[in-house]
Write a protein that binds this ligand. Structure first.
Ligand SMILES: NC(=O)c1ccc[n+]([C@@H]2O[C@H](COP(=O)([O-])OP(=O)(O)OC[C@H]3O[C@@H](n4cnc5c(N)ncnc54)[C@H](OP(=O)(O)O)[C@@H]3O)[C@@H](O)[C@H]2O)c1
Length: 231
């Protein structure tokens, strides 16, 4: 059966891979992101260009879409990495502005529009599932969203609410890191990971599809990180 799926962060990486999967399954896919051309290049997607940090724009787009079966939040615009005591409050605040508050606003706006048989999936991050030096802000943003997932599974029931927590995945997320540094970082992470490689956007999209399709799962945090959090 065809469902209406809304993806915040659909223009690249995990959101783009998910949009393609959902279109292949015959669903109606609304893609939200800033870059209109990148959204338009996903054939079949209903594109909505917006900045997810603009709370009113986000509310307006979601209300215009109307009935939603599944909402997936996979937006990101960089974060603050490094020893916590050396970070400024402005950088920390920006990390929350770039992910936590847009996710929260999307959920507030979409809750009355969502089908009771529907779901919300928050793409969080493995940094919110373990303690790692230099990752205090990523632990805070993603950790907050992981805990919010469990509370929302109670408050929004019977709508199902789950999180998918990726490890390091090869996407545009890392585009700002010079190629040589990126390759070294990927090799270092892979060497420490039980599944000794970096993940793919398609593997995370698979986990999100599972969260959407499994009608008995709610309040779950699906770790899709090659086991990185265990080390
Ligand atoms: N890749 C990893 O290693 C990794 C690891 C752990 C967690 N994650 C999480 O996975 C999620 C998806 O990341 P990704 O790897 O797929 O990264 P990505 O390829 O950079 O995709 C990020 C998406 O977010 C959208 N976006 C960013 N800022 C936006 C804004 N202000 N308004 C609207 N859309 C915005 C981007 O579109 P536009 O640029 O067109 O706006 C893009 O579609 C993020 O929440 C990230 O924190 C990723």
């Amino acid at each position: 059966m065809s469902s209406t799926i809304v993806i915040l962060g659909a223009s690249s990486g995990i959101g783009r891979a998910l949009a393609r999967r959902c279109l292949d399954k015959g669903h109606v896919v609304h893609g939200l992101a800033r870059r209109a051309e990148a959204l338009a290049s996903i054939e079949g997607v209903v594109a909505h260009a917006l900045d997810g940090r603009d709370a009113e724009a986000l509310r307006g787009v979601l209300e215009a879409i109307g009935g939603i079966d599944h909402l997936v939040l996979t937006m990101n615009a960089g974060s603050a990495v490094g020893a916590f005591a050396g970070l400024s409050l402005d950088r920390i605040r920006a990390a929350f502005d770039n992910k936590v508050f847009p996710y929260m606003q999307a959920i507030i706006a979409a809750a009355p529009l969502l089908s009771k048989e529907g779901s919300i999936t928050l793409v969080t991050g493995a940094a919110g599932r373990s303690a790692q030096v230099g990752m205090g802000v990523l632990a805070s943003t993603n950790g907050a969203l992981n805990h919010l997932t469990e509370v929302l599974a109670l408050e929004l029931a019977p709508i199902r609410v789950n999180a998918v927590a990726p490890g390091v995945i090869a996407t545009d997320y890392w585009a700002g890191v010079p190629e040589g540094d990126r390759a070294n970082f990927f090799a270092t992470v892979a060497a420490k990971t039980p599944v000794p490689r970096i993940g793919t956007a398609d593997e995370i999209a698979d986990a999100i599809v599972f969260a959407i399709d499994n009608r008995f799962m709610t309040g779950a945090i699906i770790d899709c990180d090659g086991g990185a959090r265990l080390k």
